[in-house]
Design a protein around this ligand. Structure first.
Ligand code: PMM
Length: 281
């Protein structure tokens, strides 16, 4: 899963939620989520990230039983189709059931802070663990955007603490991935600073995953003359520039909604990089 392939892995997002800001709950039904997963695989997704809890600012949390009912049948189906599955959850119970159903990655946006037992669940499995930078649940997260040492140094330090917590729980270092958590307790400017400072997070020595796709900071960047943010579905061309940046920064994985567009951008960037390498020889 971590062998170099010359480009970032592309993780396609399958949100099985009624209130996700980016796809508006279109994939709530199991069958719809599964067929969306198949589409993303056909578009070239390396990994599918299946989540049953919306983390949008202000979102309320689902009951654990509802989260399980949303994600487990979808994971079972898509594992059966041979896909590499990541489960997007902050809950140990959901992570445990997902891994039992064949998920190979636990993507925990809270980095073990929301439910620390998740670290033990991962340690007892063979799954990889994505620890994202996080400070609070969606209802309050935008109250916590103060970074005493500047956003890059603070996020780096807080992620290092999550890495240490994962190691202390027994997760082998080689299975841990770090994510700066764009949009989670971050202002738009702070997201840009983090994108610019990715190498300082990468120097913690772990593979990096980044999720920028369709996020609000892109909507603000592309706002119209009256300050109205660009609608969620119309942010892809700006995201393409970020994809090139992520490829150049050597990130392990980019988490996206539009897999096809992302693979296209990566193909073009890779072609140019190949020529540059040739000319340097
Ligand atoms: N963003 C969202 C959800 N899960 N997981 C990781 N590792 N990184 C992210 O940036 C991330 C995530 C929220 O975005 P969505 O509602 O569009 O899925």
């Amino acid at each position: 899963m971590f062998a170099p392939i010359g480009r970032p892995r592309v993780m396609g997002i399958v949100n099985v939620t009624p209130d996700s800001f980016s796809d508006g709950g279109r994939f709530l039904a199991t069958d719809d989520a599964v067929s969306h997963g198949h589409e993303l695989l056909a578009d070239g997704a390396d990994i599918l990230d299946i989540g049953g809890e919306s983390t949008r600012p202000g979102a309320t949390r689902p009951l654990v039983g509802d989260e399980l009912a949303r994600v487990i049948p979808v994971i079972e189906e898509l594992v059966g189709a041979g896909a590499v599955i990541s489960v997007d959850t902050m809950r140990a119970e959901v992570a445990e059931a997902a891994v039992a159903a064949g998920a190979r990655i636990v993507n925990d946006v809270s980095g073990g802070l929301a439910d620390p037992r998740i670290l033990e669940v991962v340690a007892d499995s063979e799954a990889a663990y994505v620890a994202m930078h996080w400070r609070a649940h969606g209802a309050t997260m935008q109250r916590f955007t103060e970074y005493a040492d500047g956003v890059v140094a603070s996020v780096r330090a807080e992620l290092e603490a999550r890495l240490d917590a994962g190691l202390a729980a027994g997760i082998p270092e080689g299975r841990i991935v770090l994510d700066p958590g764009l949009g989670f307790s971050k202002t738009a400017d702070q997201n840009w600073e983090l994108l610019r400072g990715l190498d300082r997070v990468a120097d913690l020595g772990r593979p990096i995953l980044v999720g920028a796709s369709r996020k609000a900071f892109l909507g603000l960047l592309l706002a119209d003359g009256d300050g109205r943010p660009r609608p969620v579905g119309e942010r892809e061309s700006a995201h393409a520039a970020i994809t090139v940046h992520l490829a150049r920064a050597g990130v392990w994985c980019t988490r996206v909604h539009d897999v096809r567009a992302t693979r296209d951008v990566l193909a073009a960037a890779q072609r140019l990089d190949d020529l540059e390498r040739r000319d340097q020889q």
